[in-house]
Design a protein around this ligand. Structure first.
Ligand code: HEM
Length: 349
């Protein structure tokens, strides 16, 4: 393809980890940021007092939960990069969300988000200079997206923001997107019916590319809540009332396959390896104080160590979009952007 800007690194298996930056992508990313900023501002201005600016997507919180992330003591040496130090323990926050901008009843089909923020991450080179001691992992309960690159994201999001009169013709002329939206959205009774996937890739050092996967650790009973406006939050509460609930954080390496870096529409079919457990704690769950803290946080794939650098066009666009909308919603809410701190850094080797 002409005019592609290629960034190529060879991995240990001699398969190139190559990012192809198409011409015009930077402008499209800024277009996306302006689109979401405009939507947040308009929604804010139309609210009655007291007004509150919310996230540009994933507006509904199904709960912000304290967690402890423990890296496997017997981690395979090939995964031992960045935060993945065998036996390391990190305090963390996990936010569960519904994908839509608007807050709707859980019975409406949607995609569901799971965002993890590791705290107390050592002072090592970072992918971007936003937060200083966090490592975020952001996943949804689908193996791929309906759009693959920034151009497609801009076309889709522009139609969404213009409303039904624009999104229906857009989907009619992009039937593959419609088909995938129908497959990826659901109205579950609890948050763990489906596996969560980052759907876009990340570096693991200089020689591997991975997607992240999160799923419940085996052997636990999953709690449901009857269908209601907020049944996902109710199911999470019921789950935590049983005691700590444990998830597994996994890596899905691209290895020597030719799976694309630049197309988020393609599910990866490579093996998934557990590298850590995420223990969710009931402490503080559902309190106004904890919810407000979650609301103020920014989960951003670029809150990452350089060895876990976000890859591919959608991630490059998120670098522009997430920070811009975070600064906007903080400003509208009269808050300073802030970075949650670890009570103490408890990294053990
Ligand atoms: C160019 C593509 C994308 C755009 C424009 C976009 C846009 C946004 C925006 C504006 C937010 C709100 C950020 C904030 O206010 O702090 C957000 C949050 C989120 N996005 Fe994306 N996103 C994109 C790609 C993705 C992808 C590939 C995933 C897959 C995992 C994803 C999953 C999420 C999740 C789970 C959240 C909520 C995080 C939280 O709990 O704070 N997004 N996105």
């Amino acid at each position: 393809m002409p005019h592609l800007q290629s960034l190529t690194v060879m991995n240990a298996l001699s398969v190139p980890i190559r990012e192809d930056v198409p011409p015009g992508e930077g402008e499209e990313a800024r277009g996306l940021a302006d689109l979401h900023a405009g939507k947040i501002r308009k929604d804010f201005e139309q609210q009655p007092e007291p007004r509150h600016a919310r996230r540009g997507f994933h507006g509904k919180s199904n709960g912000i939960v304290r967690a402890t992330v423990r890296i496997a003591a017997d981690l395979a040496p090939s995964f031992g990069r960045g935060v993945f130090v065998p036996g390391a323990v990190y305090p963390a926050w996990v936010r569960f969300s519904n994908g839509a901008f608007a807050v709707k009843p859980d019975g409406k089909r949607d995609v569901h988000g799971l965002a993890i923020k590791l705290l107390g991450v050592p002072d090592e080179p970072r992918a971007a200079q936003f937060e200083r001691h966090s490592q975020d992992f952001i996943l949804i309960d689908a193996p791929a997206l309906m759009i693959g690159n920034v151009k497609q994201a801009l076309a889709f999001d522009s139609a969404m923001v213009r409303g039904l009169a624009a999104i229906i013709p857009h989907l009619v002329s992009n039937l593959r997107e419609l088909w995938w939206i129908l497959r990826m959205t659901s109205a579950p009774r609890q948050l763990f019916e489906r596996e969560y996937n980052s759907v876009v890739p990340f570096a693991l050092g200089a020689d591997e590319t991975v997607r992240y996967v999160v799923r419940p650790a085996p052997g636990q009973t999953l709690r449901e809540a009857p269908k209601a406006a907020d049944n996902l939050r109710a199911s999470l509460r019921a789950q935590l009332e049983q005691g700590d609930f444990v998830l597994e954080l996994c890596l899905q390496p691209r290895g020597n396959s030719n799976l694309p870096i630049e197309d988020a529409r393609v599910p990866w079919n490579t093996a998934v390896h557990r590298v850590a457990t995420i223990t969710l704690h009931a402490e503080g769950f559902g309190t106004a104080e904890q919810e407000q803290l979650g609301d103020r946080m920014s989960f951003n794939p670029w809150n990452a160590l350089e060895v876990h650098r976000p890859l591919g066009g959608l991630n490059r666009a998120r670098r522009v979009v997430y920070r811009m909308v975070y600064e906007l919603r903080s400003r509208l809410n009269g808050q300073e952007p802030f970075e949650p701190r670890a009570p103490e850094q408890s990294r053990q080797q």
